[in-house]
Design a protein around this ligand. Sequence first.
Ligand SMILES: *[C@@H]1O[C@H](CO)[C@@H](O)[C@H](O)[C@H]1NC(C)=O
Ligand SMILES: *[C@@H]1O[C@H](CO)[C@@H](O)[C@H](O)[C@H]1NC(C)=O
Ligand SMILES: *[C@@H]1O[C@H](CO)[C@@H](O)[C@H](O)[C@H]1NC(C)=O
Length: 388
Amino acid sequence: MMQTRVAQLEEGKDPAVTRGTNQSRALRVRLLQLFGLFVLLCIALSVIISLYTVKRFGINGVVTTTATSNFFSCYEEPTSLARLIRPPTNLLHTMNDKELLWRASFVPRINKYPFRRVPKIAFMFLTKGPLPLAPLWEKFLKGHEGLYSIYIHSLPSFNAKFPSSSSFYRRQIPSQVSEWGKMSMCDAERRLLANALLDVSNEWFVLLSESCIPLYKFSVIYHYVLKSKDSFVGAYDDPGPYGRGRYNQNMAPVVNISQWRKGSQWFEINRKLAIDIVEDSTYYRKFEAFCKPACYVDEHYFPTMLTIQAANLIANRSITWVDWSRGGSHPATFGRADITVEFFKKILQGHKCIYNNQSISICFLFARKFSPSTLEPLLRIAPKVLGF
Ligand SMILES: *[C@@H]1O[C@H](CO)[C@@H](O)[C@H](O)[C@H]1NC(C)=O
Ligand SMILES: *[C@@H]1O[C@H](CO)[C@@H](O)[C@H](O)[C@H]1NC(C)=O
Ligand SMILES: *[C@@H]1O[C@H](CO)[C@@H](O)[C@H](O)[C@H]1NC(C)=O
């Protein structure tokens, strides 16, 4: 093997130069021979070590793996910035939450990136199992590779089966059971944020469910969040029983009642706030101990915490549209028959909100809740009403 390599190198040379420098040529050959010897030594050593391991610990089947890994360590790829910032290709890891949150909380102290960083949106799907509307999302994402990442947190038992061509292929993160209204739901959201933070290019983090849809084409949504000075977290002070009524005096003085906020769980936040959430332990402890049903922690923890820590960085409104007009404790779920042009006019028009301190009519970028039966009509109507 070494000989063919030497031969190839020699053949590639300019003959004029080679002829004139016989001495340096001999030196090169000698160096290559030495290198070959070194590689052989490495292999021999690995084999000896692994044989020894097998003999000593009686481990079978170790020979090949140890030998190859040691073999590769001889020429391991040198550390480069590109290698350090490359996002993990495999989202599966063996870190527990404590380890993951710690790793995700790393923040550079130099603000200017020494490379061309194209900021990405992390779409984080919090779901029980399948994503029936995935084909609509694929249509929405098509052609925008490099500007987004997908993360899926599902029941641990669920195994998503997306084809390798799909944007959702192998995007499941190590998950745990989470229940609505309980701390395990916030844990799942923190887990999604932490996994997404491991990719340094992710700049905005959108929490979505399997029943969410995008309301505009990708470029509109990307620029809306790119240009926004604020993150979008619903946070309001509700004086009634379902707002302040859920506050527990034991949270003072860390959280006092005037700081208590309520808001929808579906947020869109920037990297700074994502790190604030991931690194928090002060508020976490209070909410874990004193906000249990009928205090629904996923409606209060992040809105309250961010109001205390970063009130000037949040818009106090969610950009995920939902219909509470039908009454009851759950918002409306839409089915196949609801998907009409008029229906989308109602969702997209007639709003007014503040965006970068100015009044604007685009207030919602996503909507919920859409049942699986809406997929086919949504795909059909999307080019006309949603622009993709
Ligand atoms: C709650 O905090 C606000 C602002 O820090 C303060 O003005 C108010 O007095 C506090 N209220 C109580 C009951 O501690
Ligand atoms: C959101 O509410 C906080 C007070 O809770 C306020 O300080 C902040 O300015 C509000 N943000 C916007 C964009 O209005
Ligand atoms: C926001 O708008 C209000 C009124 O339109 C103005 O008084 C205020 O100075 C503006 N704030 C910023 C930060 O531009």
